[in-house]
Design a protein around this ligand. Structure first.
Ligand SMILES: Cc1cc2nc3c(=O)[nH]c(=O)nc-3n(C[C@H](O)[C@H](O)[C@H](O)COP(=O)(O)O)c2cc1C
Length: 364
């Protein structure tokens, strides 16, 4: 029988001291106002989940241009900072630890979210699929390729957002470099066909993400409260093809991140929400050897898989996404072996407190 005890032992990630190794993965729930302000009941929702060793907030737009999904929160205005402050106060009141995930969706967006303007991306390559707009699902469009000098301006947006996150009382930030949003669109040669200093060689394709990490760690006084999320093997969303040399590119990325002394790398292993199996040639154990700081594994973990990975030393912590939706007391349920509730998809995105901050705990 798998020994689960290790799940409930403390672990450090940089300056973050996690009281257990169960991390709440970032979960977009699309309940913010059109101005990107989280609702009051977001404080209840996150505080209910403060038993996690670390909460990673839902992906949060660094600027208006960053938006790609209706009703997602932002972290660039004073009103947004004030609303997030209520959330961090509530989580801290329960002894929890919370970082904010910094997001720019790039091409995974729609003109309806930008007053009719095209979403921006490294290159004008259209994603497959549909965007979540206020008017419902709409086909993705071909984005506008960023001008060279616009890229540096986005780095400044990250710097501003990182400052706002600090002002809002977060314990740190997670740079969202996963799931084929803007940072990963620059990294992969399948979405970056640029010929300037941000495209072509691996070094050039990594330039923008590394500039972002530099700006964010500058704001936070170093890397020990900054994590990064990566997903080298995922094709979601947009049916985005993998890089032509996943191991080479992401090994170079991790090596280039090492000098920043990041608190952790949060890796989505396999295809997000679908399978832990990585395509041939993509090896997360090998990638992990290039990680400095803690390594948080994610994707379709169960308590048994998590405990095995921890006991084998493959991960330092494991994050759970979907299980946290309907189980605010997930840590307690894993500790006691209580059954897990299932959250029907209708509650995932949009709506109010129902299906969000009203899931019961085992103890009622
Ligand atoms: C409703 C929902 C919203 C999500 N939102 C985010 C997000 O905001 N940022 C992110 O990096 N991943 C997001 N993900 C991916 C999850 O963090 C996680 O990687 C994925 O669900 C696999 O983990 P799990 O099997 O434990 O759910 C989301 C997943 C779901 C189901």
């Amino acid at each position: 029988m798998t020994d689960h005890a290790i799940l409930f032992t403390p672990v450090s990630a940089g300056a973050l001291s996690l009281r257990n190794r169960i991390v709440m993965a970032p979960l977009t729930r699309s309940r913010s106002s059109e101005q990107g302000v989280p609702p009051d009941f977001a404080a209840d929702y996150y505080a209910q989940r403060a038993g996690a060793g670390l909460i990673v907030s839902e992906a949060t737009n660094i600027s208006a241009q960053a938006r790609g999904y209706a009703m997602t929160p932002g972290i660039w205005s004073e009103t947004q900072v004030g609303a997030w402050r209520r959330v961090t106060d509530a989580v801290h009141g329960k002894g929890g630890l919370m970082v904010l995930q910094l997001w720019h969706t790039g091409r995974i967006s729609h003109p309806d979210l930008h007053d009719g303007a095209l979403p921006v991306a490294p290159s004008a390559i259209r994603p497959v699929g549909q965007a979540f707009t206020l008017g419902g699902l709409k086909d993705h469009v071909t984005p506008r390729a960023l001008e060279t000098d616009e890229v540096a301006a986005i780095v400044e947006d990250y710097r501003h957002a990182a400052r706002c996150a600090r002002d809002a009382g977060f314990d740190g930030v997670e740079v969202h470099s996963a799931n084929n949003y803007l940072l990963e669109q620059f990294i992969r040669d399948s979405t970056n066909a640029r010929t300037d200093r941000y495209g072509g060689s691996v070094e050039n394709r990594l330039r923008f993400p590394l500039d972002v990490v530099r700006a964010v760690t500058d704001v936070w006084g170093g890397g020990d409260r900054v994590g990064i999320r990566i997903s080298p093997a995922t094709t979601m969303p947009g049916e985005t093809p993998l890089d032509s040399d996943t191991m080479g590119t992401y090994t170079a990325y991790l090596d280039a991140l090492a000098p920043f002394g990041l608190a952790y790398v949060h890796a989505i292993e396999g295809i997000t929400q679908q399978t832990r199996d990585a395509p041939a040639g993509v090896d997360f154990v090998a990638l992990r050897r290039h990680v400095t700081g803690a390594y948080i594994g994610n994707n379709t973990y169960t308590a048994d898989l998590a405990a095995d990975a921890l006991n084998e030393g493959k991960v330092d912590a494991v994050s759970f996404g979907r299980p946290f939706i309907a189980n605010p007391d997930l840590v307690e349920r894993l500790r006691t072996g209580a059954p897990l509730a299932d959250a029907p998809k209708q509650y995932w995105y949009g709506g109010g407190a129902n299906g969000y901050s009203d899931w019961p705990t085992v103890s009622g």
